[in-house]
Design a protein around this ligand. Structure first.
Ligand code: F6R
Length: 246
């Protein structure tokens, strides 16, 4: 595992963008697994800047997003489709056909959508670099703590803490989605390389639990300790409860 503790969110965003850019330099056809949420926003802004400065080319890049809410259409300003367009896709030369985000329109068969999503990842040759944020409860994607973790893409009932954490993006509590489709831990763990980012004091307990040496389905991110090529990139607030940093 490569482990970086940086001083600020700005530094975290710069370093994360450099890691993604390096992957893209080495492989023009890289398959990137993308995360949403507030953590990667700064990184996406830097990737857009690099593209504008002609330092990056997205023409042959393929992307798979981790997750999408159930009940929000792609045009909804809080959907992850909308987030990705606003933060990255609208600003770079990515081919729309290479963008994959689980689509959860009403009336669709979620089981079929999930199986198709996994097939697409396999047909693309798997994920070269998977980006991850971290839930306050230790979730990755929307793989929530519980007795079991699911390997494949699946429909999930979001945990109470996740609904609470996500409520900051919505006007009223009733609007916060209760379900999502998420990539499973199998697809995440099969990625050739994983970059986990976390910023802020509120992520410190989840970072401590995830990297304590124990692996538990009660802290899904703890599974990442078993990955051969994990980069853990966190700021000093998120690292503040780790023994090796204190
Ligand atoms: C988002 C995702 C989630 C978030 C996590 C942290 O696609 O899969 O696991 O990465 O909830 O969210 P933020 O960054 O908003 O704290």
């Amino acid at each position: 595992m490569e482990f970086y503790v940086v001083d600020s969110y700005r530094e975290l965003s710069d370093k994360a963008a450099n890691i993604v850019a390096e992957e893209m330099f080495h492989n023009k056809n890289a398959v990137l697994g993308l995360a949403t949420g507030s953590t990667p926003e700064g990184m996406y802004a830097r990737l857009v800047k690099m593209y504008r400065e002609s330092k990056l080319d997205f023409a042959s890049i393929v992307t798979f997003n981790l997750d999408e809410y159930i009940g929000l259409c792609p045009e909804h300003p809080r959907s992850y489709h909308y987030y990705m367009n606003r933060n990255l896709f609208d600003h770079v030369n990515i081919n729309a056909e290479n963008i994959n985000i689980p689509c959860c329109s009403d009336g669709w068969n979620s089981g079929e959508i999930c199986r198709e999503y996994d097939r697409k990842i396999i047909n693309a040759g798997g994920i070269d670099l998977q980006l991850l944020g971290l839930g306050v409860n230790g979730h990755i994607g929307f793989n929530e703590p519980g007795q079991h973790l699911q390997a494949q893409t699946h429909l999930v009932n979001l945990a109470k803490e996740t609904i609470e954490a996500n409520s900051r993006f919505f006007d009223t509590p009733d609007e916060v989605p209760r379900q999502a489709i998420t990539m499973g831990v199998g697809s995440i763990m099969h990625s050739a390389k994983i970059l986990l980012m976390a910023s802020g004091q509120n992520k410190a307990p989840a970072i401590r639990e995830s990297f304590s040496g124990l692996v538990s389905t009660k802290t899904p991110a703890s599974l990442l300790q078993l990955h051969r090529d994990l980069i853990l990139l966190i700021d000093k607030e998120a690292a503040s409860l780790l023994d090796c940093v204190r």
